[in-house]
Every structure is written in structure tokens, then in C-alpha cells.
Design a binder for this molecule. Structure first.
Ligand SMILES: NC(=O)c1ccc[n+]([C@@H]2O[C@H](COP(=O)([O-])OP(=O)(O)OC[C@H]3O[C@@H](n4cnc5c(N)ncnc54)[C@H](O)[C@@H]3O)[C@@H](O)[C@H]2O)c1
Length: 358
């Protein structure tokens, strides 16, 4: 993303909300799904370098992490998403579990060209990625969606998957009763004509055509379930497994499924794939999207999309929001970096201010 001057285009949370309000939730989600498909299809590691994310993991003051997810579009720009995961946030601080910002840099100069929210962006793109995987791997007649974990991500998971399948029913379970009882109200804005059925975990797993696991289960506490008879074509979008030792799906299910990670290198460290040998992993999402006919057989069998969250998805979402901001004239250009008139004199601003500043 280029800016015309030394300023940074800053999109506030309100700007992002205005963009969504202007275009509508469905149009934004549909655009993201379409753009993800085309980006996966055209992805080349020679043009876009995406190292696995890294960060700080800690136990104090509360268990959590702050990580950076970098992407280099060669010859163009660098994007870095910073993301924090603090599952005590909703109850302890009235904050989302996932807090995030996205910044991008001009690689001609290193200039910070853009800065925006990553919370709404993450929720949108994680939902869109599950919709893409489900479209290529789940049974085409899928009507029942199961959600284990009814937190922030569950809303965009339902939204995105409802854009691709004619859902009739959603089975929901969360260990926190408040998350279950507020779910229908939180997704009322989607105006979906379907039944929301709170039930127990077993019934969600057994009754679903497509299942999303999006829990903040503790490290070492997984899997969420085991030994349950599922529909023969159950497709799982495993969203919550994104940390070493944190898994949601049982090994027995993975072993009998077609396993498709978003980003193999990362999934082996922190996704469901950490439970598997590399040879047991079938194909990445890029391979599947590129050749749907070769993988159409998967729709009739069990499958797992191991969604750890890929910086490429963030890049696609960031570009969409920045483009819309420019179209609508939203955002503010702010000079954040210190760029003196005399670029070799960092002190050349001294003397410009009246005495009261000294
Ligand atoms: N794959 C990705 O790209 C991606 C993106 C965003 C978030 N995530 C992950 O998805 C998960 C959910 O994120 P969120 O923003 O919705 O968090 P959230 O805190 O809003 O919701 C998580 C929900 O999981 C429930 N839960 C925890 N343990 C459970 C259990 N054992 N059984 C049933 N429910 C349980 C909690 O009660 C809570 O309601 C997190 O682990 C997060 O790291 C992944």
C-alpha cells in the first residue's frame, strides 16, 4: 500500500465499522471469501514470503501471548499483524480474547504506510477461511452446523459458512452457559432463517454435517471429545487449536480424516497437525483450492481444516479494508514517523516551538 506523502493512513475501529455498515456484513464477507479463493489459487511463495509466526508466551500477569505474524509481498510491502490471546479478557477486563492490530510498510523506504484494527479483521477472515475450506471439503448438502465454543469467532464462523451452505439448524455448545444463552441474540443481526439449538457437546458432534471448534480450551486439556460416532461426511473447521499443546480434535478422528492445514509449517507446531506425522497430513488449503476436482472425493468422507490463522488471510482482509477506506474517504493521514526537513539532522525541529514547550 503506497501513501502519497510521509503520513500513515490510520483506520480507527470506527472507520472499519463505517466500512462494514456501508457495504453490509454479507457483501464484506462474500468479498473476503471470493478474494481468499483467488489469493490461494494464485499464491506463490516466490512472490509472497510468509514465515511462521513467533512471539512471547507467558503465564503472568495472566496466561496469554503476544505474537507477530509477518508477510512480505516481494517488491511491494511488508505487513505485520500483532495479535494478543488472553482468554481471561472477556470476564476480567470486558475485552475480547483476541486483540490485534495490523501495520504495513513500504519496502522502498521502510515507511509505515498503514495501521488498522485487527480484531474485526481477524474475526472476518477466520470465518471466511472456514467457509472456503468447507466449500471444498464439506458435503454439498450440509444443513446442520455445530459450534463448540460460542465466543467471538463463532459469530463470524456461522456468518461465513451460512454464505456458502443452505443451513437449516445450528447446534451450539459452550462450557459457559452465558455464551450459549446469548448466542441467538448475538447472531440475530445476520437475519438467518434457521433454528439455533443449544445442546450438549455429544449431540453437537453426532448431529452436525459441519462442525466448528472455536474454544479457548487450556493447553493440555484437549481434545474436546473422543470416541463419538459422527456422520460419515463430518467436516470439522478446527479453529481454536493455535498454540503448542492446545488441541480440540481427537487423534482418533484426525487419523480417519482427510487433514488439510491452512499453513503446514505453523500447523505442525501449534495446530491439530502437532498430533500427526507429516506423512499423515493430506493437502494444504492452497492445493485443494487450486484443484477442486482432484479433492472432490473428500466431500463424502470425514475431513478437518486445521485453521491456525495464516498471515496471507490477514493481508487479503487488510487490503480489502484499506481499499474501501480510500473509496469512501475514511481514515486519517497521521505523521507518526519523525521525518525532519534535514533528514540528517534529527534535531532540526528545535527552535520551532515557543518557550512554553521547553
Ligand atoms: N484459527 C484462527 O485463525 C483463529 C483466529 C481467531 C481465534 N482463534 C482461536 O479461536 C478460539 C476462540 O476464540 P474467540 O475469539 O472466539 O474466544 P472467546 O473467548 O470469545 O470464546 C471462546 C469460548 O470457548 C469456550 N470454551 C473454553 N473451553 C471450552 C471447552 N472445553 N468446551 C466448550 N467451550 C469452551 C469459552 O467459554 C468461550 O465462550 C481461541 O482459542 C483463539 O485463539 C483462532
Amino acid at each position: 500500500m503506497k501513501t502519497d506523502n510521509n503520513a500513515t493512513l490510520v483506520l480507527s475501529s470506527q472507520d472499519a465499522q463505517k466500512i462494514v455498515a456501508h457495504f453490509g456484513l454479507n457483501e464484506i464477507m462474500d468479498s473476503l471469501i471470493a478474494r481468499l479463493i483467488s489469493t490461494f489459487r494464485n499464491f506463490s511463495p516466490k512472490q509472497t514470503d510468509i514465515p511462521a509466526r513467533a512471539g512471547f508466551h507467558y503465564e503472568k500477569p495472566s496466561a496469554g501471548l503476544v505474537e507477530w505474524m509477518p508477510l512480505h509481498s516481494l517488491g511491494q510491502e511488508v505487513m505485520i499483524k500483532m495479535v494478543g490471546y488472553h482468554p481471561t479478557n472477556p470476564n476480567g477486563h470486558k475485552l475480547p480474547t483476541i486483540l490485534s492490530t495490523v501495520s504495513c510498510y513500504d519496502t522502498q523506504t521502510g515507511h509505515l504506510s498503514g495501521l488498522m484494527d485487527g480484531v474485526l479483521l481477524t474475526a472476518f477472515r477466520t470465518g471466511a477461511a472456514s467457509a472456503v475450506a468447507s466449500r471444498y471439503l464439506a458435503h454439498a448438502d450440509s444443513k446442520v452446523l455445530g459450534l463448540i465454543g460460542c465466543g467471538a469467532q463463532s459469530i463470524t464462523q456461522l456468518h461465513a459458512i451460512s454464505r456458502v451452505f443452505g443451513l437449516e439448524k445450528v447446534l451450539v455448545y459452550d462450557k459457559d452457559e452465558r455464551a450459549v444463552s446469548s448466542f441467538a441474540e448475538r447472531c440475530a443481526v445476520l437475519d438467518l432463517n434457521l433454528a439455533v439449538e443449544p445442546t450438549d457437546m455429544e449431540k453437537v458432534v453426532i448431529g452436525s454435517d459441519i462442525l466448528v471448534t472455536a474454544t479457548s480450551i487450556d493447553v493440555g486439556a484437549g481434545p474436546l471429545f473422543d470416541g463419538l460416532e459422527t456422520k460419515p461426511h463430518l467436516h470439522i473447521n478446527a479453529v481454536g487449536s493455535d498454540f503448542p499443546g492446545k488441541v480440540e480434535v481427537p487423534l482418533s478422528f484426525l487419523k480417519n480424516s482427510f487433514v488439510c492445514p491452512d499453513f503446514l509449517d505453523q500447523a505442525l507446531i501449534e495446530g491439530e497437525c502437532q498430533q500427526l506425522d507429516k506423512k499423515d497430513i493430506d493437502a494444504g488449503i492452497v492445493e485443494v483450492v487450486r484443484d477442486p476436482a482432484a479433492f472432490s472425493f473428500v466431500k463424502k468422507q470425514r475431513s478437518v481444516f486445521d485453521s491456525t490463522g495464516w498471515a496471507l488471510e490477514d493481508y487479503v482482509a487488510m487490503e480489502l479494508f484499506m481499499e474501501h477506506a480510500r473509496e469512501l474517504g475514511l481514515g486519517q493521514f497521521i505523521e507518526i514517523e519523525h521525518i525532519p526537513e534535514d533528514v540528517k539532522n534529527p534535531y532540526d525541529f528545535m527552535g520551532q516551538f515557543s518557550e512554553q514547550y521547553y
